[in-house]
Design a protein around this ligand. Structure first.
Ligand SMILES: [Zn+2]
Length: 56
């Protein structure tokens, strides 16, 4: 294992989590909605950059 082997392992584990759908989301913007759909947050994964929308 190289000197940065542990960091490489962390990156690999993080990437695996992303592949499994467990992203590390940060909120990019929030849309205020009305009715049953309500507000929606736009979130981006800090690790892989995957963008999606979710309920706050
Ligand atoms: Zn991700």
């Amino acid at each position: 294992m190289s000197a940065d082997g542990f960091g490489g392992f962390i990156n690999m584990a993080a990437r695996l989590l992303c592949l499994l759908g467990f992203h590390d989301y940060a909120v990019v913007s929030r849309t205020f909605g009305f009715g049953p759909s309500g507000d929606v947050e736009k979130v981006e994964c800090r690790r892989c950059g995957y963008v999606t929308a979710r309920k706050p």
